[in-house]
Design a protein around this ligand. Structure first.
Ligand SMILES: Nc1ncnc2c1ncn2[C@@H]1O[C@H](COP(=O)(O)OP(=O)(O)OP(=O)(O)O)[C@@H](O)[C@H]1O
Length: 610
């Protein structure tokens, strides 16, 4: 029998029906009869749904939500007794395969606890490994970072620390040179290897959580590799075609497990994973499980971005304290000696082992922190509400505010129309006539590239200011202006995003394609096809009927925009900003743009921080 209280929580939607079903399973199959334990199980399950891998049973703040108020009202001694007596809860004295784990002060679902143990053990093993010493490191760094005039040069610090360790985490905002630095780390490692084993380069694998992010990493690496001051023979050993994490680990049909795991580890000496903020706890665990202890792992990401959609903000947690460095005396001394960089202002006596392997890049090479997008992002990051408002209202046109009079204000459609016009004109005007494959491919690529210049971003799904409403509104307006033939179903000019990995088609969640009317050279008439650019610069065409899970993407959620970059973005804020992660949402949205970032909002919802 389910506790009455749980039924009430489902009714008032403070827990989901899946959470109640989980508690019911524990009652029926696990034989749990204690009401408190069943209610706790439902709350932990609901926490996972909200992206949290565990529930802290101390310091509960009664937020007004029924389950948390109930939790706060419990007597701690009573709670402790019930948990330790339950047969479905693992405690330190009672280990086994119980579905819940109480690892004081946290209560977990077993799977997330097991993942956490695996991640901790795998990272600790890497942190404890003896440092790799490169005798001429300083000369090599001088060669790779010839123009250093900052002290410390964080890119150089990252490269020095990464060269001696099996685990390094590099965090930094957009344009701070994460890829630039990783290229130099890989170059350094390969150059050292080349000196002793010229015919046996390190096996390097590059990956990112989504196809889009992998493609971007590939582009950045290709764009930067020629400027790497190393012999051609060494440069050639750096791969330029990243893959998605799923493909790297080898998916198994209908399973959350992968082909590569502890029993069948990846054949790699170095693994680099970009956009690590998007990796959830489960994927982090599967990745670490698939790596040999000797494999060097380098994670790159921006800790201030939104966390993964699934449970577990792993990068954010690992990067705790990274703003302050927290380097030990030993790390500072080693850096001064090995690279000549002085990080003593970031020294701390309380730095953890992990913090010795984390470097935050602090200088944007793309934005200026005192104006434009860089300044706006910094104001959001530091939660400076007044500065944010000031920046949005100044004369700098790279940032600005589109004030909406009401949710259906058609100024939104007008702005989107201006933004997407260039892409639709490229589509219509540059279409090749009697085409061969080469011309067709060039056109498709140009159209995809033109679409990538501008993006409307939304924070929520539903309502006129949500992603669904905006897609409809924009398509309708474009159709009314004659820029597309119709605003519903499949039509030429419809941009779509893949929402689920499709390994048969080779498409990943987040890939964006454009529906085009294409006549292949051997066909009598054109047909609608959806064009996608692949990471190796190829273009692939699919019939709409082949694509099972896609959605229009005239507007994209901020979550889905992670790992992408556009010239200009319009960030549409909803009538009320969801309280969760509002800082990260806004930061991620604003920093998707290279040239301009505008915010559209009703008079009130801009999150005034502080
Ligand atoms: N030390 C440097 N000196 C000169 N140019 C640099 C340096 N570091 C980075 N850049 C340039 O700044 C731009 C951004 O660098 P990069 O792409 O490596 O940044 P990123 O942090 O990976 O950015 P994002 O993840 O936002 O794409 C590139 O054009 C790169 O060549």
């Amino acid at each position: 029998m389910l506790p009455e209280r749980l039924k009430e929580w489902v009714e008032n939607e403070t827990v989901r029906s899946t959470d109640a079903a989980f508690a019911a399973l524990l009652a029926e199959q696990g034989g749990e009869t204690d009401e408190t334990v069943l209610l706790l199980a439902a709350i932990v399950s609901r926490q996972v749904g909200d992206g949290h891998i565990r529930l802290n049973l101390t310091n509960i703040q009664p937020t007004g939500e029924a389950p948390l108020s109930w939790l706060a009202s419990l007597n701690p001694a009573d709670l402790e007794k019930k948990l330790s007596e339950s047969s479905i809860v693992q405690t330190t004295l009672n280990t086994g395969t119980q579905p819940l784990v109480w690892d004081k002060p946290y209560l977990y679902l077993r799977r997330y606890w097991a993942n956490e143990q695996l991640i901790k053990a795998a990272l600790n093993e890497r942190l404890r490994a003896p440092p790799i010493e490169i005798s001429d490191l300083r000369e090599r760094l001088d060669h790779l970072f010839p123009f250093t005039n900052e002290q410390p040069d964080w890119q150089r610090v990252a490269c020095a620390l990464a060269s001696r360790s099996r685990f390094t985490l590099i965090t930094g905002g957009p344009g701070t040179g994460k890829t630039h630095t990783v290229l130099r780390i890989l170059g350094l490692l390969q150059a050292v290897r080349y000196d002793t084993h010229p015919n046996q380069p390190l096996r390097i694998r590059l990956a990112a959580p989504t196809g889009k992010a992998a493609a971007r990493l590939g582009e950045s690496i290709s764009a930067g590799i020629d400027a790497l001051p190393l012999p051609e023979a060494v440069r050639q050993t750096i791969p330029q075609e990243p893959t998605t994490l799923h493909r790297l680990l080898g998916p198994r049909p209908n399973s959350r497990l992968f082909q590569h795991n502890r029993q069948n580890p990846l054949h790699a000496d170095v693994v680099v994973v970009d956009e690590a903020s998007m990796i959830d706890q489960e994927m982090t665990a599967r990745l670490l499980d698939a790596l040999r202890a000797e494999t060097i792992l380098i994670l790159i990401g921006d800790k201030d971005q939104l966390a993964a959609v699934e449970a577990g903000a792993v990068l954010g947690e690992l990067c705790e304290g990274a703003d302050d460095g927290n380097y030990s005396k030993a790390t500072c001394a080693w850096l001064t000696k090995a690279s000549g960089d002085d990080v003593s202002p970031w020294q701390s006596d309380n730095g953890t082992d992990l913090q010795q392997h984390i470097v935050k890049l602090r200088k944007s090479h793309r934005f200026n922190h005192s104006s434009g997008i860089g300044a706006l992002a910094e104001a959001v990051r530091l939660e400076q509400g007044a500065r944010l408002t000031e920046l949005l209202q100044d004369d700098d046109t790279s940032t600005g505010l589109l004030e909406l009079r009401h949710p259906l204000d058609n100024r939104l459609e007008t702005a989107a129309l201006a933004g997407y016009r260039g892409y639709l004109e490229t589509l219509a005007q540059k279409r090749p006539g009697e085409s061969d494959y080469a011309q067709l491919t060039a056109w498709v690529r140009e159209v995809l590239n033109a679409f990538n210049q501008y993006q409307v971003l939304a924070v929520i799904r539903n309502g006129p200011l949500g992603v669904n409403g905006l897609n409809e509104r924009i398509a309708k307006r474009l159709a009314a202006e004659g820029l597309i033939s119709k605003g519903q179903g499949w039509f030429e000019g419809r941009p779509v995003m893949v929402t689920r990995n499709d390994y048969e088609l080779g498409l990943t969640n987040g890939d964006v394609g454009i529906c085009l009317s294409v006549q292949l050279p051997d066909e009598k008439e054109p047909r609608l096809r959806v064009a996608f650019e692949q990471s190796n610069n190829r273009v692939r065409l699919f019939l709409p009927s082949q694509l099972e899970t896609v959605e229009s993407v005239f507007a994209m959620t901020v979550h889905k925009s992670q790992g992408s970059e556009f010239n200009d973005v319009l960030v549409v804020l909803p009538e009320t900003m969801p309280p969760q992660h509002r800082r990260e949402v806004l930061y991620t949205a604003i920093t998707r743009a290279r040239a301009s970032s505008w915010i559209a909002q009703l008079p009130s919802p801009l999150p005034h921080f502080g």
